[in-house]
Design a protein around this ligand. Structure first.
Ligand code: TYD
Ligand code: MG
Length: 481
């Protein structure tokens, strides 16, 4: 059978075409097709003659010699993996260059090696000396990690097949690996896929856990390794704002544990430090007494996290006002703004709106709607919100405040951190229980919240001399009726 071995493969999603085209029909990206040799990883001569080998079938209740999970010794990392690395599993750690992936994995491997496990760190990007330098800086040079700078998958597999099976192997990074079985250049989708396949096969066969490091493209997707995402057992993404020292490790996919669990780290001069109480960290530099800030009682995975939302609403000089948001979904912001305009009579079309989640956290929960709305209105009327209050609740398009999950956990965390009151959905009051330790302000509709904040604003305006920056209730038309 004549087979065309050259094809055009999308470097973003891995779709193959037999002629070049500008746009990938599968993922919609432009200019991502590159010519690759996609001959299968087994030569045709072997493929056609090889007779199937028989293998033993096993029962579900088989015994494994070792503990099925290997705890890394880093609580935050274990939380994200769901309790440690599973034997024979393959994990992909993605993130922007320079975010701290190599640092994190150097620390984790050193801890495991010190605990007496055979741990191997293969660096395809840095020379052995560079990896050593980092370990020295982290004070981990004494850890018996086995180190190599290699990029050939075949060489790596044969080396690691000798001696005791390593408990953990780190491959930093998968884009630098190449295998003889395919002809494409290293870094292409075909190479990345074939290399990952070979390593996954090795992991499943021997029971070693493997961590693959993957680079992320500018649009936040793991380039090349996008195609690896569905081959591996878990995908962790390491995020953070470059300028801030906080780093968040998030499980995007996990066959052996929960997703949406986060681990929080702080990048220091001595490597990554685990942050076991993220709320304290996200609230540590609160600017008390400024209008436009509200504390959101959120849930990340199984853990409650309090974080400050900061809003700035300022008159615009542009025809189309600006809407900028960091750490939250821009379309949710648009929705909250639309509900404020349509149901609460808050006019924002003449204002620029900026919303920021403090500390570099990214919020995915709709429960942040209420806190965002409170911060926005507070900034608009220039009225400071009570600094001892937390906010949570989802806002529906009709302006009703809807209940959210895990009310007791949110309230408990707020009480633990010294907050006195909570503004929450009316329907969640029952769930909250009587002894929350907070005074509860249960609200039914967004209009109520807006009226309360507006009242604070006008009270403030009466008391203090009305500076030109102060609350101007005229600017803020409350819904009549
Ligand atoms: P690195 O782990 O090399 O990032 P990645 O592997 O994701 O590309 O981290 C590089 C950054 O981390 C670099 O900008 C320096 C900083 N860093 C520290 O701030 N403290 C440290 O102890 C180390 C090792 C790195
Ligand atoms: Mg690195």
């Amino acid at each position: 059978m004549a087979k065309n071995t050259l094809s055009f493969v999308c470097q973003n999603c891995g779709a193959a075409y037999n002629r070049w085209q500008g746009k990938c029909e599968s993922c919609g990206e432009w200019n991502t097709l590159a010519e690759e040799d996609t001959t299968g990883s087994v030569p045709v001569s072997i493929r056609s003659k090889r007779k199937g080998r028989t293998f033993a079938l096993e029962s579900l209740s088989g015994k494994t010699q070792d503990a099925p999970r290997l705890s890394s010794g880093m609580t935050e990392l274990d939380r994200v993996t769901g309790g440690g690395f599973v034997r024979g599993s393959v994990l992909l750690v993605g993130g922007d260059p320079g975010i701290g992936k190599s640092t994190l994995l150097t620390q984790a491997t050193s801890l495991l090696a010190r605990a007496g496990h055979r741990v191997v760190y293969i660096s395809g990007e840095e020379a052995v000396a560079q990896v050593r330098l980092r370990a020295e800086r982290l004070g981990l040079s004494d850890a018996p990690v086995q180190l190599a700078a290699e990029t050939s998958v075949e060489d790596i597999v044969s080396t690691l097949s000798e001696g005791a099976v390593p408990r953990l192997i780190v491959i930093d990074s998968i884009q630098t690996m190449w295998t003889d079985t395919v002809e494409s250049a290293p870094g292409t989708v075909t190479q990345v896929r074939a290399s990952a396949q070979a390593l996954i096969r090795f992991a499943k066969k021997t029971g070693a856990a493997i961590i693959l490091v993957g680079h992320v493209t500018k649009d936040g997707q793991i380039a090349g390794p996008r195609v690896v995402e569905h081959m591996v057992d878990a995908v962790l993404s390491f995020e953070g704002e470059g300028s801030q020292q906080f780093r968040i490790l998030r499980a995007v996919k996990n066959r052996f544990g929960p997703t949406d669990e986060i681990g929080v780290f702080e990048m220091t001069g001595l490597g990554l430090r685990e942050v076991t109480n993220p709320s304290e960290l996200f609230l540590s530099e609160r600017d008390l007494g400024t209008p436009g800030t509200a504390v959101f009682a959120g849930i990340e995975g199984t853990r409650p996290v309090l974080v400050e939302l900061q809003a700035l609403v300022a008159p615009t000089s542009l025809g189309t006002p600006r809407r900028a948001v960091v750490g939250w979904d821009p379309s949710r912001l648009s929705m909250v703004l639309a509900v404020l305009e349509a149901h609460c009579g808050v006019k924002l079309s003449g204002h620029d709106v900026y919303l920021n989640v403090a500390g570099g956290l990214r919020i995915h929960e709709p429960a942040a709607d209420l806190a965002a709305a409170a911060a926005l209105v507070s900034s608009l009327v220039n009225a400071q919100l009570p600094s001892d209050a937390v906010y949570f609740g989802e806002i529906s398009l009709s302006g009703v405040v809807r209940p959210v999950a895990q009310t007791p956990a949110r309230l408990k965390e707020a009480a633990k951190l010294g907050f006195q009151r909570a503004v929450l959905p009316e329907s969640a009051r029952g769930e909250a229980g009587g002894d929350a330790g907070l005074s509860l302000n249960a609200i039914n509709s967004l209009t109520t919240l807006v009226a309360e904040i507006a009242a604070r604003g006008s009270r403030r305006g009466e008391q203090s001399a009305p500076a030109e920056k102060n609350a101007t209730p005229a600017r803020f038309r409350r819904g009549e009726g």
